[in-house]
Design a protein around this ligand. Structure first.
Ligand SMILES: [Zn+2]
Length: 72
């Protein structure tokens, strides 16, 4: 990627994607603990969730990020 200038929508779209990946990685296991941080109340997952909520509420992305299919 050599494009130094991104539109606001592109930046927000990447933020959304990153937050989703982070949230998936830090998804609490059956015991309620984050498998990566190994604690019950994972701050990373909370931050990612807050970010996703904020992005969704503002609708800055203009409906982008409809890809719900996760890899893996
Ligand atoms: Zn975590």
């Amino acid at each position: 990627m050599t494009a130094p200038l991104l539109t606001l929508a592109q930046i927000l779209n990447r933020l959304t994607l990153t937050a989703r990946w982070t949230l998936r990685d830090h998804q609490p296991g059956p015991d309620g603990r984050c498998p990566i941080c190994r604690i019950a109340d994972c701050a990373v997952a909370t931050a990612a969730r807050d970010l996703l909520t904020a992005l969704r509420q503002t609708r800055w992305t203009g409906g982008a990020g409809t890809t719900r299919s996760g890899g893996r």
